[in-house]
Design a protein around this ligand. Structure first.
Ligand SMILES: N[C@@H](CCC(=O)N[C@@H](CS)C(=O)NCC(=O)O)C(=O)O
Length: 217
């Protein structure tokens, strides 16, 4: 059995998958697709994922894209250390709170969007950062409100067990911090992410701990 994650240190979507692989104790190797150098557009990678994005998970001869689909696949194939509860409502809640960042926040700040803003609207790094901070703020506010409205959180998104949403919420907070977004209006979200990051699986998957990440001074 072989499991390969195609990822990159800075990728928040790859973080979601990498942390879940560690959490579920699934042995894997990671192949680096350097998004800065444009490896996502190489001929070889095009054959694997014509969308030119990471992550991609290769499990023997199967290829799976999209971090949420990969997490669901991991749960079904490796049910040890479960990340989805049995209850239908709880499952829907976890997927929906995950998608606030996976579908409605993160896609707005990825390299191709920032590159487009630069090329077509003349936005320099500061302009791109302000854009990213805005969308992270919107996402943080929405997640924080959902957490309080449902009142299902404990140390994690759902009570005191790690679930599928924790990988996404943690990636959101990591991204907000990388882009210098203000998280002061989302204290519960931050508390959950920091609790996740106190666990080995979440901590060792952190972007700043991956090969190629800038050394922190
Ligand atoms: N919705 C996808 C996100 C895919 C995505 O946009 N990944 C980024 C890295 S986090 C990427 O590969 N970007 C390449 C680019 O924008 O050129 C998922 O959750 O897997």
């Amino acid at each position: 059995m072989s499991v390969t994650l195609y990822g990159f240190w800075r990728s928040l979507a790859a973080y979601r998958v990498r942390s879940a692989l560690y959490y579920k104790e699934i042995p894997f190797t990671e192949k680096i697709i350097n998004l800065v150098e444009g490896d996502q557009f190489s001929e070889d990678y095009h054959k694997l994922n014509p969308q030119h994005v990471i992550p991609l998970l290769e499990h023997d001869d199967r290829k799976i894209t999209q971090s949420m689909a990969i997490l669901e696949y991991l749960e079904q194939v490796w049910p040890n250390r479960p990340i989805l509860p049995k209850d239908a409502y709880e499952q829907a809640y976890l997927r929906s709170i995950s998608l606030i960042t996976v579908a409605d926040t993160h896609p707005l700040v990825v390299p191709r969007i920032r590159g487009f803003l630069n090329k077509n609207y003349g936005q320099d790094e500061a302009g791109q950062a302000a854009w990213a901070q805005h969308w992270f703020n919107e996402g943080s506010l929405a997640i924080e409100a959902r957490l309080h409205n449902e009142g299902l959180f404990g140390q994690f998104t759902l009570g005191n067990e790690v679930s599928i949403a924790d990988f996404s919420l943690c990636s959101h907070v990591i991204g907000a911090r990388l882009f210098g977004a203000d998280l002061s209006h989302a204290p519960q979200l931050v508390k959950i992410a920091d609790h996740c990051l106190s666990l080995d699986a979440f901590a060792k998957a952190h972007p700043m701990k991956q090969p190629g990440a800038p050394i922190k001074k």
